[in-house]
Design a protein around this ligand. Structure first.
Ligand code: NAD
Ligand code: UDP
Length: 323
């Protein structure tokens, strides 16, 4: 049966890939976005599809739509962007969740919420299972995002317990791939653009901090499996690739794959509250969703590099002056 599906943040990096998959599957897709950190080019190939509709709207304001499922992705995800207007960031997470949950409750829809590994903060447990409650600084520069996402999880579970709303919460670990905004400021896009221009690769701190990088196609498989999971399984469930790399190793891979003459340079100390390590424990996703990522870092980086080589950078506007 064809479902009416709302994707908030649908023009963004992850949202546009999700819209692609849903449109291709024949669903009736509504993409909602305020284009803060994205632009129409991510979804312009869908605009002529009969089963795709675009709404420019800000999730901090209520919206009334008749849908069967909602994927709630609207929120800036890159530290320079979410720190540009931190009050707006936390409003987007919290008011956005309240508005999406209100809509979901009214029309009796299912909602999948895009949470984050940032709920674990700078983790003292490694790798991070869902049962770990995290080590987040509630008043630091990342708090607008981390605490906003934590409060949104709270809202999901309170609407579920109090009103029986059908929820699914996924905690996404660093994901990369084609359509990351070139001026996004996240590590993968920064390093690729720098390498392609033979500019210095900008490492923050000593580069020994780690991240686990998931290719976007694997992650979207996880979203779809989670939305299709039995209603009892609310999550939260970690979605990410357990392969863990230091930021310096990532820089070396990017240099090798681009054949660049760039040098790796420490340009600043580690930003305040920047997590030192991050690796998902995906036992639960394996058990409950039969999901695990298949695309290894070098393969995914090669696809991402190819995309960055193909785009005209002059067509992108930097979302904020914070880089
Ligand atoms: P993105 O910045 O490319 O996409 C976010 C989208 O939300 C953009 O299109 C932006 O314009 C839109 N948006 C922002 N504020 C909005 C508002 N108030 N109203 C309507 N639209 C708004 O980032 P992404 O990587 O695609 O992230 C998507 C979601 O996944 C976010 O919620 C993010 O927190 C979460 N996430 C992503 C990652 C990752 O590594 N990519 C990791 C953890 C969590
Ligand atoms: N980083 C870096 N150089 C850059 C951008 C980021 O060394 O040009 C580091 C950053 O300090 C962090 C890691 O790379 O330790 C991942 O940063 P990103 O902003 O991609 O995401 P985060 O996981 O911190 O939210």
């Amino acid at each position: 049966m064809i479902k009416r599906i709302l994707v908030t943040g649908g023009a963004g990096f992850l949202g546009s890939h999700l819209c692609d998959r849903l449109v291709r599957a024949g669903q009736d897709v509504i993409c909602l976005d305020n284009f803060f950190t994205s632009q129409k080019s991510n979804i312009e190939h869908l605009l002529d599809c009969h089963n795709f509709e675009l709404i420019r709207h800000d999730v901090t304001h209520p919206i009334f739509l008749e849908v069967d499922e909602v994927y709630n992705l609207a929120c800036p995800a890159s530290p320079p962007h979410y720190q540009y207007n931190p009050i707006k960031t936390i409003k987007t997470s919290v008011l956005g969740a309240i508005n999406v949950l209100g809509l979901t409750k009214r029309v009796n829809a299912k909602v999948l919420h895009a949470s984050t590994s940032e709920v674990y903060g700078d983790p003292t447990v490694h790798p991070q299972p869902e049962s770990y409650r995290g080590n987040v600084n509630p008043i630091g520069p990342r708090a607008c995002y981390d605490e906003g996402k934590r409060a949104a999880e709270t809202l999901m579970f309170d609407y579920h317990r109090q009103n029986g709303v059908n929820i699914r919460v996924v905690r996404i670990f660093n994901t990369y791939g084609p359509r990351m905004h070139p001026y996004d400021g996240r590590v993968v896009s920064n390093f690729i653009l720098q390498a392609l221009a033979d500019k210095d690769i900008t490492i923050y701190g000593d580069g020994q901090q780690t991240r686990s990088f998931c290719f976007v196609d694997d992650l979207i498989d996880g979203f779809l499996k989670m939305m299709g999971a039995p209603d009892e399984f609310t999550g939260p469930v970690n979605l990410g690739n357990p392969g863990e790399f230091t930021i310096r190793e990532l820089a070396e891979h990017v240099i090798e794959l681009t054949g660049s003459s760039s040098k790796i340079v420490k340009v600043r100390e580690l930003p305040e509250d920047d997590p030192l390590q991050r690796q998902p424990d995906i036992t639960l996703a394996r058990e409950k969703l039969d999901w695990e990522p298949h695309i290894q870092l070098k393969e995914g980086l090669a696809k991402t590099i190819e995309w960055f080589q193909s785009v005209d950078l002059s067509k992108f506007r930097a979302p904020t002056p914070n880089l």
